[in-house]
Design a protein around this ligand. Sequence first.
Ligand code: SF4
Length: 67
Amino acid sequence: MKVIVDKEKCISCGFCEYTCPKVFRMDQNYKSEAFAIPTRLCLNDVQDAVDNCPGGAINWINDDAFY
Ligand code: SF4
């Protein structure tokens, strides 16, 4: 599983980067991007970001969909 960020919905609050900087970072337009696949050790932090993103911009996706 990995996460993707819908940049159209991202309101640039920075919460996800603060919560889990190993997965999220802000791009040059200060929109979030998920640049790494979450490991087991940070799943709770990523879920926290998914659940509390004020823009509802972060979603889990199933890797299998791409193969
Ligand atoms: S928590 Fe949501 S709205 Fe805030 S920066 Fe991350 S993706 Fe954007």
